[in-house]
Design a protein around this ligand. Structure first.
Ligand code: PEP
Ligand code: MG
Length: 765
């Protein structure tokens, strides 16, 4: 069957690929690398055709990236979904496909104009790294039954060797030739009309779109004729203008976000002041390169370096560099006029955002955000809610290919996105908005005390993420602060805030709520709350890693600074509470409490004014404490159940992973029974237990929580009116009945049925 005499040269093939891959680091022409690889594989296997398809992560499609033997014009044009045709099947089945007569295989898909109809033998292997799809390597031959098992093995080995080189190649290709990944634009997005996403931060927006990482396009675009008209003087002027604009943005952010102080654009300023950066550009200009191209060249160099770093904080610098360079380049064009901020008034579509990106976008007055990955309980979503930026999460990467300035209507209250909305849709929304504006007067009707119909007092406390929310919390008559997420000032800066900086932040909180309980939660970083300036420890499973109280106990200096800042800032506070997140055992709690005692001693010794008797509490977020709940509740002064994490850990579902969002079910019987068990244990010990996290404001769960004995709910301030309204519509006995029906249900379907059939009226006896 095989032509045994043909020239197979498998060992040399592997050596040559190795050589080519080594050259790649210095090669600027990635396309050329892929092409040369295809030529080499075809030659070594004596194949008529060799093609390399790369997996486009945005569009979730395989794209022909290089070929020898097929029509070269098909490069970038042939695209297929996983599972489509023999090539797509190779990806899905994760198995080589060796077909002696491809045209007879029903899966074979012929692409018009590719010229592949005459090749009968087909052999393909998946190119992958671990579980990640990188692409498919294909060889073809006119002769039937041409490839054999040895070829399969050789092609597999070649693909394995190619995987990491292609991964790098793809990264560089995206950086150098962003237009190749843009090919699907018109066709891939034409079908986008209505998208159902998940609401991460409510609101209604009608605006034009812009894709966040698209800035890279013009940053890395080819030199244009207009560039030649600029001089070194123009470059310096553009840098000066950029510095001025950043200064202004910075002060605007500082106004809205006092805790961010002036630190958000630190990296930008550092780069602008970096002599090497300026010098490199200047020397290119002096050698005759046009100033915009010199900026692009140097920026490209840094971005490539940062992007390929394994460290998150350096990768984040790439986006700072990208942002800064876009601003400088844009200032060449606007040397004599005001440049509008890049995202002002736009709906920004993004794949990934750091907390600091949200702040930058807020400083530019972005209208709304669509993220194509992430979870609604992730901290980027929480930050968007605090900043009142409407945000929807939609697992539709095609959105990243939408042409700039596409009209978008976003109903972020329920997560709907309309692309190019019709007049009728727009009118409907405007009408709904008018009704909503009238309903928001509800805030003025807030009562200072929240009671059920039968007079049971439920304390409504505020969750504060940003200092800017304190005013609303007071306006809406919160009875205190049930949770201050103290990591936010850490998250939005580019370095650790000092003890004194923390003191000033916490002081503003105590000052805003002088006679009310204020609960400061100690640093809860890790998981999805990554500080860009601490070296990401490269944890493969950060949600189960060195996070939260574990981080604090492992870094006693940071922990003590925070405790001391809190105790000093709350010197005159009525009721100061310190709460530890993610406590997994009694021992861990005792160790954390010892640190507080140690800080109290030290402040006493140094005779610094401080609060002398803080109440010390625990966040219940881990299922491990359920079995020791009686002893644990005896130990601490108060408890708060963090339902976001409790659900995550109870059900082993990453709260930020939209792929498993359907498993994230607060109505799971184990979650409900766990919550009831905690509430009962606290009651037995006469200890206060509150609920924070999203469940605390969701109408189906409020009666349940009250029914199992919870009397304190902590919610973000904007939810206070609706939560009060729900509670006022309830009677205690109906809530207890609802809770006991839910607790006796043992399946998700059963709990869901009970929840769906519940109306506030049904809870009124
Ligand atoms: C929670 O886990 O429910 C909680 C309130 O904490 P965070 O969302 O900050 O993790
Ligand atoms: Mg939590």
């Amino acid at each position: 069957m095989m032509t045994k005499s043909r020239n197979r040269d498998h060992l040399n093939l592997l050596c040559d690929i190795g050589d080519l891959a080594a050259l790649l680091t210095s090669s600027s022409n990635i396309q050329n690398f892929l092409q040369r690889t295809a030529v080499m594989v075809a030659k070594h296997l004596s194949a008529d055709v060799c093609s390399i398809y790369l997996f486009d992560r945005d569009a979730r499609e395989l794209v022909l990236a290089a070929t020898v033997g097929l029509n070269p014009e098909a490069v970038g044009q042939i695209r297929m979904k996983p599972g489509e045709g023999l090539v797509g099947c190779t990806l899905v089945k994760q198995q080589p496909i060796c077909e002696g007569s491809a045209s007879r295989n029903p899966l074979f898909k012929y692409f018009e104009g590719s010229g592949e109809d005459r090749f009968e033998s087909f052999l393909s292997v998946r190119i992958s790294r671990g579980t990640e799809n990188i692409g498919v390597l294909v060889v073809q031959h006119e002769q039937r039954n041409y490839f054999d098992d040895v070829d399969v093995m050789a092609l597999r080995a070649a693909a394995a060797q190619l995987a990491s080189a292609i991964e790098n190649a793809r990264l560089l290709m995206e950086m150098n030739h962003p237009k190749t990944s843009e090919l699907p634009n018109a066709s891939a997005t034409a079908h986008l009309k209505f998208i159902r996403g998940e609401s991460a931060s409510g609101g209604y927006v009608q605006a034009l779109s812009t894709v966040f990482n698209k800035r890279l396009d013009w940053l890395l675009s080819e030199p244009s004729e207009a560039d030649a008209g600029y001089t070194l003087k123009h470059f310096h002027r553009a840098v000066q203008l950029t510095a001025g604009q950043l200064q202004e943005l910075q002060s605007r952010v500082a106004e809205r976000l006092p805790e961010s102080a002036s630190l958000i654009f630190t990296a930008h300023f550092m780069i602008l002041k970096d002599e090497r950066f300026i010098q490199d550009i200047t020397s290119h200009i002096e050698k005759g390169v046009s100033p915009p191209e010199a900026v692009r060249m140097v920026a490209r160099h840094y971005i490539t370096m940062f992007t390929s770093s394994p460290y998150m904080y350096l990768r984040e610098k790439a986006s700072d560099m990208e942002d800064l360079t876009s601003r400088i380049l844009s200032n060449f064009k606007h040397l004599d006029m005001e440049t509008p901020p890049l995202c002002r008034g736009r709906v920004v579509i993004a794949r990934e955002l750091y907390p600091s990106d949200i702040l930058k976008l807020a400083s530019e007055d972005v209208a709304g955000i669509v993220m194509v990955s992430g979870g609604v309980t992730s901290h980027v979503s929480i930050l968007a809610r605090s900043m009142r930026i409407p945000m929807v999460i939609a697992d539709r990467p095609e959105l990243l290919s939408l042409p700039e300035e596409t009209p978008i209507l976003m109903d972020a209250d329920i997560g709907n996105i309309y692309v190019n909305p019709s007049e009728i849709v727009i009118q409907q929304f405007e009408e709904r908005n008018r009704i909503k504006a009238a309903a928001s007067l509800l805030a003025d009707d807030m009562l200072p005390i929240t009671e059920t119909q039968d007079g049971e007092h439920v304390h409504l406390m505020a969750i504060i993420n940003l200092l800017g929310e304190l005013e609303l919390a007071n306006h809406l008559k919160a009875e205190g602060i049930g949770l201050y997420r103290s990591e936010f000032p850490f998250l939005i800066r580019s370095s650790f805030p000092s003890e004194q900086e923390q003191y000033l932040i916490y002081k503003r909180i105590f000052d805003a709520m002088p006679d009310k309980p204020v609960t400061i939660r100690t640093l809860d970083i890790g998981g999805d709350k990554v500080l860009s300036y601490t070296d990401a420890t490269g944890e493969s499973n950060p949600e189960l890693g060195l996070r939260s109280i574990r981080f604090s106990l492992r870094n006693p200096d940071i922990f003590e600074q925070q405790i001391k800042a809190t105790l000093r800032a709350g010197a005159d506070a009525g009721e100061l509470r310190i709460m530890f997140p993610m406590i997994s055992s009694i021992d861990e709690f005792q160790e954390a409490r010892r640190q507080v005692m140690h800080c109290l001693d030290e402040l006493e010794r140094r005779q610094l004014p401080h609060h002398k008797s803080p109440r010390i509490g625990i966040m219940i977020e881990l299922p491990s404490v359920l079995e020791i709940i009686d002893e644990l509740t005896a130990e601490a002064d108060f408890f708060s159940i963090g339902t976001n994490d409790f659900v995550q850990y109870m059900l082993a579902v990453d709260r930020t992973n939209d792929k498993v969002a359907e498993y994230y079910q607060p109505s799971h019987p184990s979650v409900l029974r766990g919550l009831a068990r905690i509430a009962h244990a606290a009651k037995r010990q006469s200890k206060e237990v509150s609920v924070c996290g999203e469940m605390a404001h969701e109408p189906p769960y409020i009666p349940f929580l009250i029914g199992v004995g919870i009397r304190v709910l902590s919610v973000t301030p904007q939810f206070l009116p609706s939560v009060q309204k729900t509670i006022r519509s309830l009677s205690l006995s109906a809530a207890e009945d609802y809770a006991s029906r839910l607790l006796s249900a043992s399946t998700l379907r059963a709990t869901r049925d009970i929840i769906e059939n519940f109306t506030p009226q049904s809870a009124v006896v």
